[in-house]
Design a binder for this molecule. Structure first.
Ligand code: HEC
Length: 125
């Protein structure tokens, strides 16, 4: 039984290699193992919240005010005071209606998910 040392060494090396790749920002070719590919900002492992903000600013901000995102659109309701939770935002984004476009098929499921979480978590902040 003298395996453990080798196992520990191997996994440590793998971990270091993985960390090194992430820290360097790699290319976009290596993004096979993680988050469901969203081709927006590929800088240093952008957190979902940042991605949600980018999507919001690009797709929603012209119509909606959300101070966390710095947008001041006034075609649709002010999302800081709408008080919509994740499910409400998500279904509105998917289905549109009442003057709001349908985003299903425009944004990927992952993008709809990210932007809905972003709105639900940042409204009123
Ligand atoms: C072309 C303008 C426009 C765009 C772009 C737009 N919306 Fe809307 N949105 C509206 C309008 C108008 C309403 C009001 C719909 C209604 O009253 O039925 C609305 C309603 C909403 C609501 C419901 C608010 C409430 O009072 O509960 C949410 C949440 C929402 N939008 C989120 C988004 C998100 C997230 C995006 C981007 C993916 C987006 N909207 C893009 C115009 C827009």
């Amino acid at each position: 039984m003298r395996k453990p040392a080798a196992v520990v060494l191997t996994s440590t090396a793998a971990l270091i290699a993985a960390l090194g790749l992430v820290a360097c920002g790699g290319g976009d070719s290596g993004s096979s193992g993680g988050s469901s590919s969203a081709p927006t900002t590929e800088q240093s492992g952008a957190a979902p919240a940042d991605e949600g903000q980018t999507i919001f600013v690009q797709n929603c901000g012209t119509c909606h005010t959300l101070s966390a995102a710095g947008t001041d659109g006034n075609v649709g309701p002010n999302l800081d005071s709408a008080g919509a939770d994740y499910e409400e935002v998500r279904s509105q984004v998917i289905n549109g209606g009442g003057g709001m476009p349908v985003f299903e098929g425009v944004l990927t499921d992952a993008q709809i998910d990210a932007v809905s979480k972003y709105v639900a978590e940042n409204a009123g902040k």
